[in-house]
Design a protein. Structure first.
Length: 258
């Protein structure tokens, strides 16, 4: 009889046990493999295998008292990424509200998440009667103004890895790496990105960079609305407000452009 159906269950069980180990270390500080095995109700060899896997990932490290383990620096890296996102949303919210009020359009903040732009906050303007809720959605990087901003200062190799296959959503979507590279060069030169009918026909968005204290682009701030309303002239009016708002958020996060 095939045991293929048992493998996913075993994989899920291993994940659950790994999470239990992390929780145990968070509560107890330093713990030995024997104690871990007892707490999980597994054989000592199983506990050691799980701890070794977590250690390779940097989530667990050996304490000076050999044989005991504690949480590793990898946990701080993961926590720091989450904290950074929360900081951006918290610092940006009043500025996003002000920008939504002055432009009348939908304001979004997105961060890089694997091969997509993850939308983490949104404020609707007065002109957006029933705006699409983008929060929590992953949007292809090459087809969105936010995505282009997030890609704009990455090394070429990282851009290629992040973008992957460039799917066409409309006739205006960029579908070649060469075209995207040219577009990103323009984004760097002018300081903002534009997407007209690239993700959806009838949708225009313009985005600017949000930087951390080191000057790295950690998020993108965008103004979006229907293309008939955000025509070239209107975009020209919106861009200075957008960039001023993005700079203000960046300053709140510790960036100084003096």
């Amino acid at each position: 009889m095939s045991n293929s159906t048992a493998e996913p269950v075993s994989g899920v069980q291993s994940v659950e046990r790994a999470l239990a180990i992390l929780d145990l270390l968070a509560r107890s500080g330093e713990v030995g493999v024997t104690t871990i095995a007892e707490q999980l109700g597994v054989h000592k060899s199983t506990a050691f295998r799980l701890v070794t896997t977590l250690e390779r990932g940097g989530l667990v490290e050996q304490a000076q008292d050999r044989g005991k383990y504690r949480l590793g620096m990898g946990v701080l890296r993961l926590a720091g990424a989450t904290t950074a996102r929360l900081d951006v949303v918290q610092e940006a919210r009043p500025i996003c509200r002000r920008l939504a009020a002055s432009t009348g359009e939908t304001i979004n903040i997105a961060v890089l998440s694997g091969r997509s732009a993850l939308y983490v906050d949104q404020v609707a303007g007065s002109s957006s009667l029933q705006p699409h809720n983008w929060v929590g959605q992953h949007i292809p990087l090459h087809a969105a103004s936010n995505g282009k901003v997030l890609l704009s200062e990455l090394p070429a190799a990282e851009v290629d890895r992040a973008v992957g296959t460039m799917t066409a959503f409309t006739d205006a979507t960029l579908t070649s790496k060469a075209a995207l590279r040219r577009e990103l060069a323009e984004v760097r030169e002018r300081g903002y990105a534009l997407a007209v009918d690239e993700l959806e026909v009838g949708l225009t968005a313009v985005a600017g960079p949000i930087r951390n204290a080191h000057g790295d682009v950690i998020a993108a701030l965008s103004v979006s609305g229907p293309t008939f309303r955000l025509d070239a002239a209107r975009v020209g009016d919106v861009v200075p407000e957008l960039l001023a708002a993005a700079r203000e958020i960046s300053h709140r996060l510790g960036w100084g452009d003096d």
